[in-house]
Design a binder for this molecule. Structure first.
Ligand code: DC
Length: 226
């Protein structure tokens, strides 16, 4: 692979989105939010009234996704499915849980693989997900596994929900996070785990800027950036 890729994996709420957005902005590289692809697949399947046990139908949906990720103001990305803006719809906890269900299916993952790999374009790609360093970009130039305690992740999720005018108790969020972690880590298809050559970064109590500096310094060590 000629195009440099920084793969950032880890559980939900560890700060991958913030880190990847800052990296991509600073380096002027492309960005892949692979979780959004699973969320969009789940949303499209719900909209079509599909039974989530119907794996074949979910694969057809994943293969045929007519989705666009459009840069918007203030670093936001608008997600447009077949001409309809679903940015807010895919960020709900309900959609996240459905995404976790479709993401557990090997055939759905396979259907989304090429779409993800095609995102590796010059000058470089920052890829955010669960299996970026292990499956999608095993040759990535730098692999980061960003983690944090479940409590810290629940608090981060709560702040994100509040910012969108939604609310949820910490206890409920912690429960959801632990459920989703278990599903993502224990599934047979591309389970969430650090690649053997990944650098594990724990963001518990660490300011976002410090996490970014750590990753930039690793990128410099590998001469990915000047
Ligand atoms: O990062 P996120 O919360 O948007 O991801 C939504 C779900 O998709 C989450 O349960 C994990 C799953 N996912 C995955 O299995 N593989 C990826 N590369 C990205 C996300």
């Amino acid at each position: 692979m000629n195009v440099p890729v920084i793969a950032v994996d880890g559980p939900g709420g560890a700060g991958k989105g913030t880190l990847c957005f800052s990296l991509a902005t600073q380096l002027r590289w492309h960005m892949l939010d692979s979780g959004a692809l699973y969320r969009v697949t789940a949303q499209a399947a719900s909209d079509a009234g599909l039974d989530f046990a119907d794996e074949g139908a979910l694969v057809s949906i994943a293969e045929g996704l007519d989705v666009e990720f459009l840069p918007a103001a203030e670093g936001l990305t608008r997600v447009v499915l077949a001409g309809r803006d679903i940015t807010d719809a895919i960020r709900t906890e309900t959609c996240g849980n459905k995404a976790s269900q479709v993401a557990a299916m090997e055939s759905v993952r396979a259907a989304l693989l090429d779409r993800q790999r095609r995102m590796a374009r010059a000058p470089g790609l920052v890829a955010d997900g669960r299996d970026m360093g292990t499956v999608v970009f095993p040759e990535a130039s730098l692999k980061i596994f960003l983690t944090a305690s479940a409590e810290a992740r629940a608090k981060r999720r709560q702040a994100q929900l509040l910012a969108r005018g939604e609310s949820a108790t910490l206890a409920r969020l912690l429960e959801t996070i632990e459920e989703r972690d278990a599903r993502d880590r224990n599934r047979a298809a591309s389970p969430l785990m650090p690649a053997a050559d990944a650098i594990v970064v724990d963001s518990t109590g660490v300011p976002a800027q410090e996490v970014l500096d750590t990753v930039l310094s690793e990128a410099r060590n590998r001469q990915l950036i000047g």
